[in-house]
Design a protein around this ligand. Structure first.
Ligand code: ATP
Ligand code: MG
Length: 437
């Protein structure tokens, strides 16, 4: 992509409405614009990151055997009356009346809708287990939308729903998602700690939140000090094998959200306990028959008797993750994207757009990168080097290649790694090699 033809409205100054660094940087880097409180448009650079995050989430859900669907954003109120949540949900639910006076709502989550789909289609235990997920916009009329996309009113969520015949099967489905979540966040370069969590209005008894420790996090959390030295790595697993050992391993060290933390009953001695703030990027629930019973989602079991299915739901805040990644990955100059979610892999800077030799060399390098399938943003504008350098640092692409007249005389380009700021001179071929592997 040539920057001269791109839409990248950068801001020089820190916007006053942004209180946390990720919100400031997303506005400054031209990733998003607010349209009304807690509702954002995603501009080209931000949208690319959102799609990368979404794709990692999708690949790991697919690997765990979940099947992608797409449910609508607008749902009928009747379904929520069946579960009893229409009244319970309160003001966070955006309620709509259509021209025929039918009550509708903009979905804040999809337990009722998926249960309705399931009960209409699955009648026998032979068709279990199943896990269906979608990646779709949600609306929650939050009292205090803030921190940009971190607490929006409209936000993108991945929500998966599992259906099993019995509690044992449901725990296996829960474990699959638990492991998929560890892998998902690790691929984004994040350390998300699974913490015992309250189930809130979703219901049920077994629940974990995946939390990234950050001073700006909205959740108060408690965990064993040893977590600070523990890397949560994505493990390679056979999803059909026994996942209980993984679950035990990653839940053996104490970690709990404020709601679940009881100082009197805490197994960790005070000097070994960390009290911190965190960002909730995922939340998984096992809630048994909370929805299947009232909504009559039943299958006939092996002996012909009707059984209400055991369910779980599993959410990931896809749009919140974009902010959370920036909270975890930035420096004074701007964003420092992990390669897996970077909008482009490399920024190519032509130091002298007006110089024939520089332009030919930079154009040629740009063509070669494209041919090699390397995602590149090419700053071909007629701007000063200072403006170009600070723009590239701000948007945080993992690598920069700088082509200038002095280097060209020696047959070299400058290769810079954004993370450590290390600069090296090398031939264009060597730079191309580095980037295409
Ligand atoms: P929170 O406690 O932050 O309000 P929640 O517990 O109500 O979140 P869940 O119902 O568990 O949210 O939703 C699943 C995921 O969706 C959360 O883990 C979070 O990452 C994301 N999410 C929830 N609310 C918002 C929001 N207002 N803006 C952006 N992402 C959100
Ligand atoms: Mg939650």
């Amino acid at each position: 992509m040539r920057l001269s033809a791109y839409f990248l409205p950068l801001l020089r100054e820190n916007p006053t409405e942004a209180q946390i660094v990720s919100h400031r940087l997303m506005l400054r880097a031209g990733m998003v614009r607010q349209s009304s409180a807690g509702i954002y448009s995603w501009l080209p650079l931000g949208f690319r990151v959102l799609q990368k995050v979404e794709q990692i989430v999708r690949e790991e859900q697919d690997a765990a055997g979940a099947l992608e669907v797409l449910m609508p954003t607008i749902q009928p109120a009747e379904l929520w009356r069946e579960s009893g949540r229409y009244e319970d949900y309160g003001k966070e639910m955006l309620r709509i009346t259509d021209r025929h006076e039918r009550e509708m709502l903009y979905g804040p989550t999809n337990e009722e809708l998926i249960t309705d789909i399931f009960r209409g289609a699955v009648k026998s235990y032979r068709d279990l287990p199943r896990n269906l997920y979608h990646i779709q916009w949600k609306f929650r009329d939050e009292v205090r939308p803030r921190f940009g996309v971190m607490r929006g009113r409209e936000f993108l969520m991945k929500d998966a729903y599992s259906f099993d015949l019995d509690a044992k099967g449901a725990k296996h489905s829960y474990n699959k998602m638990f492991v998929a979540y560890l892998r998902t966040f690790a691929r984004m370069g994040l350390k998300a700690i699974p913490m015992r969590a309250d189930t809130g209005p979703i219901g049920g008894d077994l629940s974990h939140e995946f939390i990234i420790l950050a001073e700006t996090g909205e959740s108060a959390v408690f965990c064993d000090k040893a977590w600070l030295q523990t890397d949560v790595l994505g493990t390679d697993v056979d999803f059909n094998g026994d996942l209980e050992p993984f679950f035990k391993k990653w839940t053996s060290l104490y970690a709990a959200t404020e709601e679940m933390h009881d100082p009197k009953a805490c197994p960790v001695p005070e000097d070994q306990l960390v009290s911190a703030r965190g960002i909730e990027v995922g939340h998984i629930f096992n809630f048994g028959t909370k929805y299947s019973k009232p909504m009559k989602a039943v299958v006939s079991g092996p002996d012909g008797a009707e059984i209400a299915v055991e369910m779980g739901s599993y959410g990931i805040g896809v749009s919140r993750l974009v902010g959370a990644i920036i909270e975890a990955c930035h420096d004074d100059a701007g964003i420092v994207w992990p390669e897996s979610v970077a909008p482009f892999k490399v920024g190519l800077i032509n130091l002298r757009a007006g110089d024939e030799k520089c332009r030919t060399a930079a154009d040629d390098f740009y063509k070669k990168l494209n041919a090699a399938g390397v995602e590149v943003l090419y700053d071909d504008r007629d701007e000063s080097p200072g403006v170009k350098f600070s723009a590239m640092d701000l948007i945080g692409l993992p690598y920069q290649v700088v082509i200038g007249p002095r280097g060209l005389d020696k047959g070299v380009v400058e290769f810079k790694s954004r993370r450590d700021g290390k600069r090296e001179e090398m031939s264009p071929e060597a730079a191309l090699n580095r980037l295409s592997t």
